[in-house]
Design a protein. Structure first.
Length: 348
C-alpha cells in the first residue's frame, strides 16, 4: 500500500507524467476540487478509479484537457482538442471554451468512437473540461492524452478541496493501490464545475446538468440561447443522486433572522448566518450554540463551503443550521450542494 502527499516544491512534472503513463492514479489539484486522475486512454488505470472510489462503473468521468500554450490560435486549438474526444463539436462549444477555459465549466458532447466506455459510463456522450490550475495544466500539456478524473472522494461523500482532505478520504481504503497526491494548495473555486450538456442542442437546446460558479447567465451571454436546467434527467450524473454530499450531523436551512426558541435544542447546535454575530449572540445568549459568519460574497462561500461542512460535522452538534441563501443564479451552485447535503444529512 502506498498513499502520499507530494509538497508543491517537490513535484516533478516528468515523474508525474511517467506515473500516469504507467497507469498509476494521481490526485490532482484543480480550481474547483481535487480530482482522482488516470490516463483517459488506459482502461486498466480507469478501473482503479472506480475501485478506489467505490463508484458504480456506469457513472461517467470528466476528461480533463490542456489549454493552449500562449502562441496557439485558440479557436483552432479547441476545435482540434475537442475533436479528439467528440465526433460532433458545435460552434457553441468552441465559443464557450474560448470564454471560460481554462475554468470551472464541463461541456457534454457526443463522444468520438474511441472514447472508453469506462469514461462515458456506456453512454454516447463525453464530458470535457480544461481545469485552471498551473500545476495540472503543466501535466496536461506534457501528456499526450487526457486525464479522466472524478472528484477525489469516496462515492457519496463531500469533495476534497485540499491535499490533506484527499489523504484522509483514502488512507483507510487504499489497500494494495498506489496513490500520489499532488499538493497544489487549497482549491480557489471550491465547488465542482458547472456541467452544460450540448449533446442535444437540436432536440432540447443547451441544458445545465449541474449548476456551478459559471452561471446560466454567464453561458447565455456567450451563446445567446436560453439555458434549461435539468434536475430529473435520465442521464446519469451526480446531479441525479440526491444526498450526494452528506454530513453525518443533521443539517437544516432556515432564515436565521426568523429563528425562535423551538429551533434551539438540548445539546449544542451550530448556526451559519449572514446576520450580525454580536446581536445574535446577545439575543440568544442563554442557548447552546456556536455561531459562524456567512460571507456576502458567493465566491468566498463556495471556496470555503466543503471545508466548513467537514469542520462542522466533526463538532458533534445536535444539528447545524445554515442561513437561507439569496435566490440568484450566482448562488445556485452553492444552493444545489447545500440542498444535497441537507437531504442526505443525519442518516449515518
Ligand atoms: O469540477 C469538477 O467537475 C471536478 C474536478 C475534479 O474537475 N470533477 C467532478 O467529477 O466533479 P465527478 O465525477 O465527481 O462529477 C462529474 C459529474 C458526474 O456526476 C458525472 O456523472 C457527470 O459529471 N458526467 C460526466 N460525464 C458525463 C456525461 N457524458 N453525461 C452526463 N454527465 C456526465
Ligand atoms: Mg464527485
Amino acid at each position: 500500500m502506498s498513499i502520499r502527499i507530494i509538497p508543491k516544491e517537490e513535484i516533478q512534472i516528468q515523474d508525474v507524467v511517467d506515473r500516469i503513463h504507467h497507469g498509476e492514479l494521481i490526485a490532482i489539484p484543480t480550481e474547483t476540487v481535487y480530482g482522482l486522475a488516470a490516463d483517459a486512454m488506459n482502461d486498466r488505470a480507469l478501473k482503479k478509479i472506480f475501485r478506489l472510489k467505490n463508484r458504480p462503473e456506469n457513472h461517467p468521468l470528466i476528461i480533463h484537457i490542456a489549454p493552449p500554450k500562449k502562441e496557439a490560435d485558440v479557436s483552432l486549438f479547441w476545435e482540434s482538442q475537442l475533436s479528439r474526444w467528440s465526433s460532433d463539436v458545435p460552434p457553441q462549444a468552441i465559443a464557450l471554451a474560448k470564454a471560460f477555459w481554462p475554468g470551472p465549466l464541463t461541456i457534454i458532447l457526443k463522444k468520438s468512437r474511441d472514447v472508453s466506455d469506462l469514461v462515458t459510463g456506456g453512454q454516447n456522450t463525453v464530458g470535457i473540461r480544461a481545469p485552471r490550475h498551473e500545476l495540472t495544466i503543466q501535466i496536461l500539456q506534457a501528456l499526450d492524452s487526457g486525464l479522466a478524473a472524478p472528484s477525489a472522494n469516496r462515492y457519496g461523500r463531500i469533495s476534497p478541496t485540499t491535499a490533506q482532505d484527499v489523504f484522509d478520504e483514502f488512507e483507510s481504503v487504499i489497500g494494495e493501490e498506489t496513490l500520489t497526491i499532488l499538493d497544489g494548495g487549497p482549491c480557489l473555486v471550491g465547488i465542482e464545475s458547472t456541467i452544460l450538456d450540448l449533446s442535444r442542442l437540436d432536440e432540447v437546446g443547451p441544458v445545465i446538468l449541474r449548476p456551478g460558479m459559471i452561471t446560466s447567465d454567464d453561458i447565455l451571454t456567450i451563446i445567446g440561447r436560453e439555458i434549461a436546467t435539468d434536475r430529473h434527467s435520465e442521464i446519469r450524473h451526480s446531479g441525479g443522486v440526491l444526498g450526494h454530499y452528506a454530513p453525518q450531523t443533521l443539517l437544516e436551512s432556515k432564515k436565521t433572522e426568523l429563528m425562535n426558541d423551538a429551533d434551539f435544542m438540548s445539546n449544542k447546535i451550530g448556526i451559519v448566518t449572514f446576520g450580525n454575530m454580536e446581536e445574535l449572540q446577545k439575543k440568544w445568549s442563554t442557548k447552546l450554540v456556536d455561531w459562524y459568519p456567512l460571507p456576502q460574497d458567493p465566491n468566498v462561500v463556495a471556496q470555503n463551503l466543503y471545508g466548513l461542512l467537514r469542520e462542522l460535522d466533526k463538532k458533534g452538534y445536535q444539528k447545524i443550521v445554515f442561513d437561507q441563501l439569496p435566490d440568484h443564479s450566482i448562488w445556485s451552485g452553492i444552493q444545489d450542494r447545500l440542498s444535497r447535503a441537507i437531504y442526505g444529512s443525519g442518516q449515518h
